[in-house]
Design a protein around this ligand. Structure first.
Ligand code: BMA
Length: 349
């Protein structure tokens, strides 16, 4: 009898729907978010303000002693089979650092700034308003773009940990679409074309990666969202796991605080009503001109909302956004790091 009960229990257990790695990642982020928000940094392991390409180095760790919870990686260039991405990072290195961060317990987010498939220019080439249309089914560049997406997918499916298991990650395509500086931007395609682009890309990636991708929908700072405006290019609840926004301070502190507070108010409400995660998918104040920006400007905005992570952009030789040991923002960043609700790698594993 005991054996029979056990067998029934095992059977019932194994019949229950098994959660995918993507669902488990969403649940992990939800749980983390109850404690605060993770700090993220783009290209953290590749270069900083005082070093380049060394192994096992990180500006975040040089300042705080810990790694970011989230690391962001960029795949622009993979579409052409380039050896290095558009920021000169070798794809083999990107591959290895994604796995390193995953294996140390961190979370990965991936962006893609593919070249303009119609003009051959960069992602920022906005000279042709037919680019999106031209890559949709029936368009003259559809086959080319299928090839580009194929190369992207081949890279993504090569992300296996040392046990041979696929690494789950957040994928954040077509970001800042509400601006008009990328070929997929607001004035470069219609709402229907944008949605068709999102769906085509997502469906293609999902053919092989459905169980491993947390889909991140990420407009740029808007300042005046309405549900109507937001929903025009929102792919739908069945297609999005996380709603985020790229929130940089480009102008005055007052504008940044007013606009990001307004947007996060709208987005947090939308995300909560639709059961989605919320994040600040990119942020920063270029070249760190304000030594107390982290705790005096950014933190009070973030603290008001259920943000799961914020990711500051890269520390390149041409521009930097994150913490670094040689910057006047260093002490303030340590203060930010020490706050209860800012979470780094050790806080999430
Ligand atoms: C932008 C800048 C560029 C970079 C691109 C992709 O915001 O940092 O220099 O090439 O992101 O990483």
């Amino acid at each position: 009898m005991k054996k029979l009960l056990l067998a029934v229990a095992v059977l019932l257990y194994s019949c229950g729907p098994k959660k995918t790695d993507a669902q488990l990642l969403v649940e992990r982020i939800q749980k983390i978010q109850e404690k605060g928000y993770m700090f993220g940094h783009q290209d953290d392991p590749f270069y900083g303000t005082t070093w380049e390409w060394e192994l096992d180095k990180s500006d975040t760790r040089l300042v705080t002693g810990d790694y970011p919870g989230v690391m962001g990686f960029e795949l622009g260039g993979i579409e052409k089979d380039d050896a290095k991405n558009l920021d000169s990072v070798p794809f083999v290195r990107i591959h290895d650092e994604i796995i390193n961060h995953y294996e140390r317990g961190g979370i990965i987010t991936i962006s893609w700034h593919p070249r303009n498939p119609k003009t051959g220019g960069t992602a920022w080439d906005v000279t042709d308003r037919q680019t999106v249309k031209s890559i949709l089914p029936g368009g003259e560049n559809h086959d080319l773009f299928m090839l580009w997406m194929g190369r992207m997918r081949t890279f993504l499916t090569s992300l296996k940990d040392s046990n041979g298991n696929q690494v789950p990650f957040m994928l954040r395509p077509w970001h800042e679409y509400n601006g008009s500086w990328f070929w997929w931007g607001q004035r470069l395609c219609s709402d229907d074309e944008f949605l068709a682009l999102w769906n085509m890309f997502q469906d293609y990636m999902n053919e092989e990666l459905k169980d491993y991708v947390v889909w991140s929908f990420s407009p740029n700072l808007q300042g005046n969202w309405t549900a109507d405006a937001f929903e025009k290019r929102y792919p739908g609840d069945d297609r999005v796991d996380l709603i985020g926004e790229d929130c940089y301070q480009w102008g005055t502190e007052k504008d940044f605080v007013t606009q990001s507070t307004a947007d996060l108010k709208f987005l947090s409400q939308y995300a909560s009503e639709h059961g989605k995660l919320l994040a600040v998918t990119e942020c920063g104040y270029q070249n760190s001109p304000d030594p107390t920006w982290w705790t005096r400007v950014l933190k009070p905005v973030l603290d008001q909302f259920p943000v799961s992570y914020m990711l500051c952009w890269r520390n390149a030789s041409t521009e930097h956004f994150g913490p670094a040991p040689d910057l006047a923002t260093k002490d303030d960043f340590v203060k930010f790091y020490k706050a209860e609700n800012t979470l780094f790698l050790e806080d999430i594993r």
